[in-house]
Design a protein around this ligand. Structure first.
Ligand code: ACO
Length: 195
């Protein structure tokens, strides 16, 4: 995904963590005009990749945009490829997470009020799918959050994502829920914020 500015100037690492400030860490200490310029560009990137993700999932509206991230406590991991577009860099994918208060059923049918980390949006550009980019982004998030794959709740996973979770993490047995979130066997074996 190319932009009319140098992606590498804004995102200097392969994976950048973004939160409501819409600023990569190295920009936080910069002057006002550099920060505003960066926020505008990050906003453009998130709006565009948010739409691409929505289209890929057959959604009418994006789950991710600059404005939505700004108004949330969500954490977004953005993957770039610095070696493309004549050295300008391109944006490859996103993974967005956040905590949500949910009622979840365990295998025995007991309901629990929990506040687990949830996967809210996950997208890799079509030109890069099935080349390991999704795994790279997911692994980075798991380490950064110090969580196991089975501790996460997933908001309406697509078939591709379910296949991904089975292939890379052996997640297979879904615990049926009354909401749109999917959790797997083992979710309640560890501390997932159960009240
Ligand atoms: N069909 C079936 N399985 C797929 C497909 C596909 N088209 N694409 C990826 N997978 C699964 C398979 O298990 C695949 O292994 P295989 O190629 O050996 O069969 C594995 O993922 C590949 O792993 P990665 O290369 O690391 O994954 P990728 O970079 O493709 O990222 C992702 C996975 C994010 C699901 C990507 O395919 C994508 O963006 N899909 C479209 C959008 C989408 O469905 N996002 C998830 C929405 S749900 C949510 O966000 C909560």
């Amino acid at each position: 995904m190319d932009f009319n500015f140098r992606v590498n100037d804004i995102f200097s690492n392969e994976i950048t963590i973004l939160t409501k400030e819409l600023l990569p860490e190295q920009y936080l200490s910069m002057g006002m005009s550099a920060r505003l310029d960066c926020i505008n560009k990050v906003n453009t990137v998130l709006d565009e990749i948010g739409w691409a993700s929505a289209k890929a999932q057959g959604l009418l509206k994006p789950i991710t945009s600059g404005g939505k991230l700004k108004d949330s406590e969500h954490i977004l991991y953005l993957l770039v490829d610095p070696g493309t577009s004549n050295g300008r860099g391109s944006v490859v994918g996103l993974l967005k997470i956040g905590r949500k208060k949910l009622f979840m059923f365990d295998l025995a049918g007991y309901q629990h009020e929990v506040e687990p980390l949830c996967i809210l949006d996950f997208y890799i550009h079509e030109s890069k799918q099935r080349t390991g980019c999704g795994k790279r982004l997911y692994e980075y998030m798991l380490k950064h959050q110090n969580v196991l794959p089975r501790q996460l709740a997933i908001d309406r996973p697509s078939e591709k994502f379910l296949t991904f979770l089975y292939k890379h993490y052996g997640l297979e047995h879904i615990l049926p829920q009354m909401n749109n979130f999917v959790i797997f066997d083992g979710f309640f074996d560890c501390d997932s914020g159960d009240n």
